[in-house]
Ligand binder design. Sequence first.
Ligand code: HEC
Ligand code: HEC
Ligand code: HEC
Ligand code: HEC
Ligand code: HEC
Ligand code: HEC
Ligand code: HEC
Length: 501
Amino acid sequence: MLHRKLMFFSSAMLVAITWAVMASVQPDAAQPTSNNAQQEQCADCHSEVVDVFKQHAHAGLNCSQCHPNALAHQNADDPTEVLPVVDFRSETCGSCHKFQYDTYMTSEPGTAGEFGGTPADPKEHPKTKDFPLYNKIVAGHGFTREYNEDRAHRYILRDHIDIKRGKNLACLNCKSTHVAYYWGKEWKGLELTTDGDVVAKWQEAIKRIPQEMQDYGVSCAHCHNPHSTQLQIINKGLINAIERRGVNPYWKERNAPSFAKADKQQKEILLCAQCHVEYVCGPGADKKARFDFSWRKARDLHDYYMERHKYQQDWVHEIIGEPLIKSQHPEVETFWESKYERAGASCVTCHMPKVNVNGRWLTSHWLVSPLRYIDKYVKGDRLGAYPCGQCHNISPQNLREQVLRVQRHVNEAQKRVQQALSDSIDAISAAKQAKAGGRTINDEQLQKAIRLHQLAHVRWENLVVSENSMGFHNPEEVMKELNEAMDYARQAQLLAMQAVR
Ligand code: HEC
Ligand code: HEC
Ligand code: HEC
Ligand code: HEC
Ligand code: HEC
Ligand code: HEC
Ligand code: HEC
């Protein structure tokens, strides 16, 4: 300890000397420059930030450590002319929080169960492997060009850049902390809104993201306020949704009006809700760009999109010529009302377990299938954890097998719905062709069939294809909705066939 103190002292001296010699040069962001602290008079103009800062764990840091150029900014005649850098790089936080940084950047390819896992190359595991009729059911949508199983957080931006399907500026809210943080404002001369050419703006934004962040894009500030060190959310789509409907519209007793007023469990769900939800981003069937969190369960999406976006938010199906919903990744909405949520678990409970690091319990930031943690735990590997043990007193091996049993059950059910949707597409398209060929058909019945197909489609596509746990997060709800989807799709098929007779 004494040794470290000495080291610190001498390096501070060294910096002081170098500083005196190169008075006009800006200090290096990573150096603890104690003389900066004396020169920093940020409170004159940023008293809110400084007040918060002083009361929390980072009080001992200098502002310039994360805001290079801040002194020049402070001392400028017009501080807005010399804006300091806002350093979003995870590496900066990682220089003091090694464990959290290292685990956040972990990406070990490997399988978990039969449906999850982290492919070495996303192309290894296209979604069509689990859902062979997918490209027919979403015909004409960009996702048919390429749609793969997800990889670790350290490749969030890389995988987005590399994938073939269309991209636009709004997508970057979940791929780049810069874009999410400055959304609605101007960032380096670029207006971060859905106005104008959102595809060209996507390219412009990518160019502005620092080289070091071109793979992971999303950094610590997405979940941690760098000044208070407390948890935070920055995604404006989510913040707006909370303003409209609260933090959890499906649980009255826990529904708070803002992130700040939410309890710990809900906060921990909201961190992930910045991205692991259903939303609409980019140009829809009517070419209009949107950025809207529906903040609703699958069963409520049909009516909401009809009312709010006239069902134009996504695309028109190529075979049946009707608009359908294409979901994103609604883990949070699916998790709502689940037995796990009722029992007090959040996403963090299972996906960010506490691990013992040299006698301290720290939070693992390797965001991955819990089965990977369980497998490591069983082998006694580093980063092994059994977070389920808080509520289950059976062996990890046994519980793991039960997870697979739940998922296989859901998978069998979804296969039947998949077939039913495909058949209903054929029937609707045959009816439309008959009509185009001059036959009189019962239009009212055809319209009913289309509506039922839409209701079946959103349930299957949202809850088992786009949602990534193959039913695990809420098997009761997923099975119930799949049963309804089955009924709707078969009714749609029958009505469309009868419409022609
Ligand atoms: C004389 C007033 C003044 C002082 C002193 C001052 N700032 Fe600022 N600062 C401003 C103004 C004005 C802005 C622009 C605010 C805006 O655009 O909303 C700004 C913006 C910033 C930003 C935001 C940059 C961005 O791109 O979003 C940071 C970070 C910042 N200041 C840090 C500091 C730090 C650190 C210090 C102390 C070393 C400091 N400021 C001292 C007036 C000041
Ligand atoms: C550990 C790194 C770190 C330190 C230390 C730090 N900041 Fe920041 N600051 C950031 C990051 C990252 C952002 C943008 C993200 C955010 O605010 O969530 C930011 C944003 C800002 C902003 C712009 C928006 C706002 O929050 O009002 C100002 C002003 C600012 N910082 C001032 C300061 C001042 C003054 C200090 C010292 C008292 C300081 N910062 C210390 C990392 C840091
Ligand atoms: C120069 C070193 C340094 C840097 C850089 C730094 N921190 Fe810290 N941080 C600390 C210290 C020291 C503490 C308090 C002691 C501890 O908890 O280990 C702390 C505490 C924390 C805590 C825990 C707070 C609590 O109440 O338990 C979080 C979260 C945190 N930092 C996040 C960040 C993030 C995010 C960044 C980057 C934006 C960052 N830190 C950058 C030194 C640093
Ligand atoms: C997806 C959200 C998320 C991101 C991104 C994130 N963290 Fe965390 N972090 C958490 C949560 C949740 C906790 C646990 C908080 C608690 O237990 O109260 C945590 C805890 C911490 C702590 C407190 C000590 C501990 O281990 O419990 C530190 C320090 C920390 N994070 C640093 C970082 C750093 C550095 C980064 C970026 C490399 C980062 N975090 C990125 C969610 C996040
Ligand atoms: C800023 C957006 C964002 C936030 C916040 C976020 N995620 Fe993710 N997450 C993603 C994206 C995007 C992917 C897919 C990455 C890819 O394909 O490369 C992903 C992938 C994952 C995966 C799969 C990893 C794998 O190895 O297959 C898990 C598990 C996960 N996230 C859990 C969480 C949890 C739990 C939280 C909250 C504590 C969270 N994420 C917060 C965007 C986010
Ligand atoms: C009770 C524990 C538990 C909770 C709580 C939980 N999950 Fe999961 N999650 C799992 C399991 C188990 C899987 C299936 C993993 C597999 O198939 O390998 C999974 C799968 C996932 C996946 C896909 C992982 C992959 O490898 O592709 C993501 C993403 C995810 N969860 C995000 C979340 C989010 C976001 C929340 C909070 C809304 C959450 N989870 C809450 C246990 C949990
Ligand atoms: C906060 C408490 C809590 C945690 C943590 C938790 N579970 Fe559970 N789990 C429950 C409850 C409650 C049930 C339902 C028990 C019942 O129905 O009697 C359950 C049931 C299950 C079932 C049976 C489900 C079915 O439909 O057959 C499996 C499998 C399961 N959990 C796996 C896991 C795994 C894997 C983890 C860790 C990644 C985990 N659980 C973590 C509370 C929890």
